[in-house]
Design a protein around this ligand. Structure first.
Ligand SMILES: [Zn+2]
Length: 271
């Protein structure tokens, strides 16, 4: 008898586990169909100028992704910051620009977004020359952790959103890292279909090397020098320029533009 009960319980557990993803997707589909709150649309118009430039179908996609994102990803105010809808919608809109054509959960590894009023200090422990643990204090506008957190400065988020054509946007940058971190530590190689990986590695590798050389020679570049730090930063910096300065990127780096356009499944040149 107890064996029967155990088998029944095991079967129920398996059915429940199998049903979870479908239930979650059903919930998301309901969220996507909900009317987009009017005050949120006002925030998009006021704080996220790129929204106005999107074609109507992408505006709709963006709003649907924002609804799912905000229902599933909690925000935490840090250093005394009270998180408002204005902050949540602005961050969500910029993050969801990167996943306009993705189904399922928005940024599945992401558990929460920490928001600071302005730039924030982080202490990086590292081993000093004599083997002594030292703190390396740095002032940051954003950070993305593989453990499921994105940390942002609201002041820098606002500044990045306000000028959608300067090639600098901390939210695009940090959420590109989140995409990259879905496949392990950030290395500039986010998940791609197997067939697309060799060309991605070849194009981004060559562009990264070219940027490093220009930085070493002190030559100006469309891509910020910071992108020459490592392949992960290169991908994040290239993402900022892809969405904010598509014309010069397509003109000066057509192969890089094509790879990013295929990855994000959008063509910002046409916006
Ligand atoms: Zn970075």
């Amino acid at each position: 008898m107890s064996l029967l009960i155990l088998s029944g319980a095991a079967l129920l557990l398996v059915l429940w586990l199998l049903g979870q993803p479908r239930l979650a997707e059903w919930r998301r589909e309901r969220l996507r169909r909900k009317p987009f709150p009017r005050p949120w649309r006002q925030i998009l118009l006021r704080r996220v100028p790129v929204y106005r430039h999107l074609p109507a179908d992408l505006q709709l996609r963006l709003k649907r992704q924002i609804q799912v994102f905000l229902a599933e990803k909690p925000f935490v105010g840090c250093a005394g910051l009270t998180v408002t809808d204005e902050m949540r919608v602005t961050v969500a809109a910029l993050a969801c620009l990167l996943i306009l054509h993705r189904g399922g959960e928005a940024f599945p590894n992401l558990r929460q977004i920490l928001l600071y009023p302005g730039a924030f200090f982080v202490d990086r422990p590292h081993l000093g020359a004599a083997g002594v643990q030292q703190e390396n204090r740095r002032l940051l506008s954003g950070e993305s952790w593989a453990r499921g957190q994105v940390i942002l400065s609201w002041q820098d988020t606002l500044a990045g959103a306000a000028d959608p054509g300067d090639g600098h946007n901390v939210v695009l940058h940090e959420f590109a890292h989140q995409l990259d971190q879905e496949t392990g530590p950030a290395n500039g190689a986010p998940w791609l279909p197997r067939s697309a990986r060799p060309r991605w590695a070849q194009v981004l590798g060559a562009e990264f090397d070219a940027l490093r050389q220009r930085v070493e020679l002190g030559l100006p570049s469309l891509l910020a020098d910071y992108g020459a730090s490592d392949p992960a930063e290169f991908f994040a910096v290239a993402t900022e320029v892809f969405f904010e300065q598509p014309q010069p990127l397509a003109l000066e780096h057509p192969a890089l533009y094509a790879e990013l356009s295929a990855f994000y499944q959008v063509d910002p040149l046409s916006w």
